[in-house]
Design a protein around this ligand. Structure first.
Ligand code: PLP
Length: 393
């Protein structure tokens, strides 16, 4: 089985970064809205000191998103905030004053005019859109790529949405959703941007800033390394933009992680020629949430200015990370982390445990003083595969 990880370190001066779309004020707006949603609970930021010692690191912190709104992944943060911003705009409500009571009020719901919410998804984002639609009393139509896990489809249907599995990989499924939305007058809540479609993806990215707002309050001390997994890279870019202009910016390196089979951000950064470098065709990785062939234009522009390193890892390391997080060392908490959720830990394990990774470890400056921050972005969203991986059966 393939073990090799690849990394790319862009050679760019680390200048000051400033983007008010992703600053503390923007994160406070998103967090304020999310806190007002019934059932909101901050997800935990776990410290794993025994694992850190084992890996020769100073500390390891993992934000566990498996409990987010009872949806087993962070994704609903984006679609719920995007829908709220759409309604708020219609109600002439400033971003800083958005609350669940205003958005879900009869006037708020009426502002959407009975629009169908549509999207394409590997599963988690679609579940978030279905949940958002249900919360606002709207209909949702969700398209999934060929081969999507049955449990992910069922979870979307269980929220009352229509789920349709296409015959295509993710990128073509997104184009199909866009065509269907255009033809039927639906609202496309897509979590990736392209030229001419940037407002909703921006609001989705800003919704992810609630993660940053919570982490900033939960973490004691500053991280030296922030590991972020990327599909289309909206989540990674939103958090990278936030942290790159925070008080952590000077010290913390931002490291992006993708599956080897879908390393579109790494390829685009490496080429650095002002164009996207998509991965065409079928994308074979169990990290379904990260199986995207083309980065979001909005997100990639930010990553090119903020990411310190890009990594591509094969499934094997994500699988090892799922097992390590699910079987903690003495005193460390147990974290149930799915394929995409565990990917960043997969990279950390590969860097720390493989002798051949020593040059990469050195290039990143990973050592006994390192304070590593990771986000387990999902729990066991495909329980059949989770068990298969963890039991190795
Ligand atoms: C669990 C999980 N983690 C990470 C990501 C990556 O987010 P993005 O597509 O914004 O890069 C996804 C995307 O669906 C996901 O489902």
């Amino acid at each position: 089985m393939q073990q090799e990880i690849r990394m790319f370190f862009p050679q760019r001066p680390r200048g000051a970064f400033c983007d008010p779309r992703f600053d503390e004020k923007a994160s406070n707006c998103a967090a304020r809205y999310h806190r007002s949603i019934p059932g909101y609970r901050e997800t935990p930021l776990d410290s794993l000191p025994a694992l850190a010692r084992q890996l020769g690191l100073g500390s390891v912190f993992v934000k566990d998103e498996s409990a987010r709104f009872g949806l087993n992944a962070f994704k609903a943060l984006g679609s719920s905030y995007c829908a709220a911003r759409i309604i708020a705009e219609k109600l002439a409500l400033p971003a800083g004053e958005i609350s669940y009571d205003a958005i879900a009020s009869p006037e708020g719901r009426a502002a959407l005019g009975g629009a169908v919410l549509a999207t394409a998804t590997d599963g988690n984002h679609g579940r978030g859109v279905a949940w958002t639609a249900k919360m606002l009393g709207q209909k949702a139509v969700v398209y999934l790529p060929a081969g999507s896990a049955r449990e992910r489809v069922e979870n979307i249907c269980a929220l009352g949405a229509e789920a349709i599995v296409t015959d295509w990989p993710y990128d073509e499924t997104v184009r199909h959703a866009q065509r269907q939305a255009d033809a039927n007058g639906w609202l496309l809540l897509q979590d990736t941007a392209w030229p001419g479609y940037e407002t909703y993806p921006l609001w989705i990215m800003q919704g992810y800033l609630t993660l940053a707002e919570e982490i900033s309050r939960q973490m004691s001390g500053k991280p030296t390394h922030i590991f972020l997994q990327a599909g289309v890279s909206s989540m990674a870019a939103a958090l990278a933009a936030y942290f790159a202009q925070s008080e952590w910016a000077k010290r913390a390196k931002i490291v992006l992680v993708e599956p080897t089979a879908a390393d579109c951000c790494l390829r685009t950064a490496q080429a650095d020629d002002g164009r996207m470098h998509p991965v065409e065709g079928e994308l074979h990785s169990m990290m379904a949430g990260l199986c995207c062939g083309t980065p979001s234009t909005l997100a990639m522009e930010i990553l090119l200015k903020t990411a310190d390193a890009y990594a591509a890892i094969p499934d094997l390391w994500a699988a090892r990370a799922m097992r390590v997080l699910g079987n903690p060392l003495d005193g460390d908490p147990r974290i149930v982390s799915g394929e995409s959720g565990a990917s960043t830990m997969g990279l950390l394990l590969a860097l720390a445990c493989q002798e051949s990774s020593a040059p990469l470890r050195d290039a990143l400056g990973l050592d006994f003083d390192s304070r590593c921050l990771l986000i387990s972005t999902e729990g066991d969203t495909d329980r059949v595969n989770y068990r298969k991986v963890v039991w190795d059966l």
